[in-house]
Design a protein around this ligand. Structure first.
Ligand SMILES: Nc1nc2c(ncn2[C@@H]2O[C@H](COP(=O)(O)OP(=O)(O)O)[C@@H](O)[C@H]2O)c(=O)[nH]1
Ligand SMILES: [Mg+2]
Length: 203
């Protein structure tokens, strides 16, 4: 009897947890995105303000229980610093990640090639094979931002190589929140579809 209750208690309180890595060049908006997601899905968390995020040294991590009607799971979001010196740390997170979000500053035309090269390295890493990749064309609220179609073109070459893989480019503004829910919902759908290949942790 005790074991039965223990079992029921376990099923009632334990949820699947999926890790999502937020990557991209420094200043892309990774920390702002994490803060925005927290403010949407966690009660009592304030939305991020323009320019308020100090450059990330090390990492920010947040675990978010999704509210209904989304599946009852935890998303563990990792925002790791994007400066060049920190990028070699990313690889340590790949094998436990269930999806990667690659944030692009759509207003930073001079660095768009660098951005593409960095994403290429991420995609080519063995440990990221078979996990969904979401590219976010961020800062769409700014007039001078590249359109999502232009961002798609830049990443076309990579997208072709990803064809067998689950990937998508979506327009967002991490600051205003436009497109952020859609981005989270895309991720949730895809990590659940991929759960046989990369199973969740239970917590
Ligand atoms: N206009 C606008 N600014 C943004 C957006 N996302 C981030 N920023 C700004 O871009 C700068 C860098 O953001 P941050 O989140 O620190 O970038 P990170 O280095 O990738 O973590 C900050 O001044 C943010 O306020 C956005 O969607 N729109
Ligand atoms: Mg940051």
């Amino acid at each position: 009897m005790y074991h039965l209750f223990k079992g029921l208690y376990y099923y009632a309180t334990t949820k699947e947890e999926y890790s999502i890595l937020i990557l991209g060049l420094d200043n892309a908006g990774k920390t702002t995105l994490l803060e925005k997601i927290k403010s949407i899905y966690l009660p009592g968390v304030a939305a991020p303000k323009q320019g308020a995020q100090p450059p990330t040294v090390g990492q920010n991590m947040s675990t978010i229980p999704l509210p209904p009607p989304l599946p009852s799971i935890y998303l563990k979001l990792w925002d790791i610093g994007g400066q060049e010196s920190l990028r070699n740390l990313w690889t340590q997170y790949y094998s436990s990640a269930h999806a990667i979000v690659f944030v692009v500053d759509s207003t930073d035309k001079p660095r768009i090639e660098e951005c593409r090269n960095v994403l290429e390295i991420v995609v080519d890493a063995e440990a990221t094979e078979g996990i969904p990749i979401l590219m976010l064309a961020n800062k769409q609220d700014r007039d001078e931002s590249l359109e999502v179609e232009e961002i798609k073109e830049v990443f076309n070459k990579i997208a072709e190589r990803l064809s067998a893989r689950d990937s998508r480019v979506l327009p967002v503004s991490a600051l205003t929140g436009t497109g952020v829910r859609e981005a989270v919902e895309w991720l949730v759908t895809r990590i659940m579809m991929n759960k046989e290949y990369r199973p969740p942790l239970m917590r």
